[in-house]
Design a protein around this ligand. Sequence first.
Ligand SMILES: [Zn+2]
Length: 386
Amino acid sequence: MNDKSLQSRLGELARTPRWAIAHKFPAEQATTELLGIDVQVGRTGKITPVARLKPVAVGGVVVSNATLHNQEYIEKRDIRVGDTVFVERAGDVIPKVVSPVLSKRPQNTVPYLFPTHCPRCHTPLFKEEENADWRCLNHLDCPAQVEAQLIHFVSRSCYDIEGIGEKQIQLFLKEGLIKTPADLFLLPTHADIIKEWEGFGDLSTTNLVAAINKAKKPSLPRFITALGIPLVGERTAEDLAKNFPSWPVLHAALTSPHARENLTQIDGIGPKVAASLTAFFENTHNQTLVENLLKNVVEPQLYKEMPKKSGYYTGKTVVLTGALSAMSRPEAKSRLTAGGAKVTDSVTSKTDILIAGEDAGSKLKKAQALGIVIEDEDVFLKNLNA
Ligand SMILES: [Zn+2]
């Protein structure tokens, strides 16, 4: 799921265990009424039309939003507000509107008119010939993009600042305390103001300041991921850090005249990603963003690959499922990997161990069926430290 805003919008669904587990669930369909079409602006300005539906159960989950992908998708199918529509949900894919039920179309409907301007900043939208998506190119001043970028910045795969999420970002923006990611690190200087706000108080503000200070030394991959460079996610950031283990070295590589050729020599980095990286660092706004981060005491750490020590999980293929209480899923994964385990996403006959936390779902059933060793959290923690 790439569209973060749609993903969070559909968050209720995303938290149900079935959502994230298998690719094999057959598509399930239902019909319901299309109440309206909302238009979302993503972190990079991509415009996504989202169907607001009369809530309907599809495959055991209540769906009230579904993607309509883009303008062409809507127009090809002549999907209209007021229509009864087929909604489809297949396992871990975001629900989508498939088509209208023409026999049930009310008399007064009109073809949907795709917006010509950004719903948040009212800038005329732009579309490249070969691309299906419209975009708002007002990246710096479009409130939707500024907000989405900040939410990305504090998220778990980036600076992972505890106590700051979507709600807090919106509040800090509204109160004028932040405008760019670097401003987040200046929030401690506003602690006196923040602690007077409803829902904050002394303790929360102290915790917030501590969380921000703790985030000032991100790993190099997190530092890169947080910049929000198109096509550059956690995996690519890790690949870059492996090859250029400090920020000065990496920065020199990204801004060298031969950056594109050199970057494509790296395993996992193709010409499109290389072009996106170099374009990002050629942009003066982005240069300022990075300079301000470094000036405001963010210190990306020297990259060290986790030493592979030998332990209980060394050489074993392990799958994680369900929620662990002692640590997050990414942490469990990185500790297993550090211990020499191969962590995979799905249970197969090659799986050695399934670690099943709370609310484990179909992976647990499958592992039981295959007779794979299943460990609960207590056993996992004991073996991890063995
Ligand atoms: Zn906009």
